[in-house]
Design a protein around this ligand. Structure first.
Ligand code: UT7
Length: 318
């Protein structure tokens, strides 16, 4: 039986930094409020002209190098993003053109903050059935492009970045399971109201009922981590690392409590880049792989939750 395993990881944050002190000058907020309520200290913002695919290309090249392959050898691209460069071609195709792997399937999925989890789940299945051998999975966003910089409820949270992994076939299990969910009943709690078919509002902005999103995220993610462990016949003690969606330190702490994991076993990068949506999980994963915390053979639980609502988990033997 063929499994998929993570062969390499990569990430990229744009150079321009927006601090909490900078935001204090833009909206009625404070560094103290942002740190204590979200854990965020700074975020990275793409400069004018720097696009989602620009960020993704940097992350992808790093993941490809870490996997020990060349860009031309990539044979499948699954790209999670809610902030595409163009309506079409999709970001997967735009990235494929830059990498030079012509002819291979390339697509994007727009499942908000769960975009990487959905892309990973699809790519895993293509590798496992033998149709892809070097699958590039991306999560990349330029959320700053649709942030309402006059809304303190969202402006302090969202930002830009990219993360990537390369999946390859393996005799031993790497990705043990993925579980995806969506519930459109909650669409009005977190959304961007503009679209091609519906028409563009005067402002292209994220609208969020933060506190309600918070509570449902904690509940749904809690169920998702239980589901991932149960599906694999594992208990929480088996986990080496939690690699959570980096939206809010308090949601991350709630997941750690549910799993009885000390925060030393939880990868937290939200302070560095805020909520980068689909980029958040692969970004955090890459940071912890590169700084040597996550080692080969360890068991990781990845999870993310976003607009829709959409959410999902992956249990991974790294
Ligand atoms: O990744 C996709 C999923 N998204 C998320 O996971 C985000 C989930 N939500 C959250 O992270 C949190 O709900 C927020 C960080 C957005 C807000 O934190 P909260 O603890 O839920 O605060 P709240 O919305 O209940 O607001 C508490 C107070 C309010 O003031 P009053 O009514 O008590 O006077 C807000 O107006 O905090 C106020 N407030 C702020 N104050 C200073 C809201 N935003 C700010 C701000 N600075 N930026």
């Amino acid at each position: 039986m063929i499994h998929s395993r993570i062969a390499g990881t990569g990430s990229y944050l744009p150079e321009k930094i927006l601090t909490n002190a900078d935001l204090e000058k833009m909206v009625d907020t404070s560094d103290e409020w942002i740190r204590s309520r979200t854990g965020i200290e700074r975020r990275h913002i793409a400069v004018d002209g720097q696009t989602t695919v620009d960020l993704a290309e940097q992350a992808a090249r790093r993941a490809i190098e870490a996997a020990g392959i060349t860009p031309a050898e990539v044979d499948f691209i699954a790209f999670g993003t809610t902030t595409p460069d163009l309506v079409f071609p999709n970001c997967g195709v735009l990235l494929q053109q830059r990498l030079g792997c012509r002819g291979v399937p390339a697509f994007s999925v727009e499942t908000a903050c769960a975009g990487f989890m959905y892309a990973l789940s699809i790519a895993d299945k293509y590798v496992r059935c033998g149709e892809a051998k070097r699958a590039l999975v991306i999560g990349a966003e330029t959320l700053s492009r649709m942030t309402d910089w006059s809304d303190r409820g969202t402006a302090v949270l969202f930002a830009d970045g990219a993360g990537a992994v390369v999946l390859e076939p393996s005799a031993a299990p790497g990705v043990l399971s993925t579980h995806l969910h969506a519930d459109g009943v909650y669409k009005d709690l977190l959304y961007c109201g503009s679209g091609v078919s519906r028409g563009f509002e005067p402002k292209l902005v994220i609208t969020m009922s933060g506190n309600e999103v918070f509570k449902i995220a904690v509940t749904k993610l809690g169920q998702a981590v239980d589901e991932a462990l149960a599906a694999n016949g594992l208990t929480k003690e088996a986990l080496d690392w939690l690699v959570p969606h980096q939206a809010n330190i308090r949601i991350i702490q709630a997941m750690a409590r549910r799993l009885d994991m000390p925060m030393e076993k939880v990868i937290v990068t939200v302070q560095e880049h805020g909520n980068t949506s689909a980029a958040s999980v692969p970004l955090a994963l890459d940071v912890a792989v590169r700084d040597g915390r996550i080692k080969r053979g360890e068991l990781l639980l990845l999870e993310a939750f976003g607009g829709g609502f959409t959410w999902g988990s992956a249990l991974v033997r790294y």
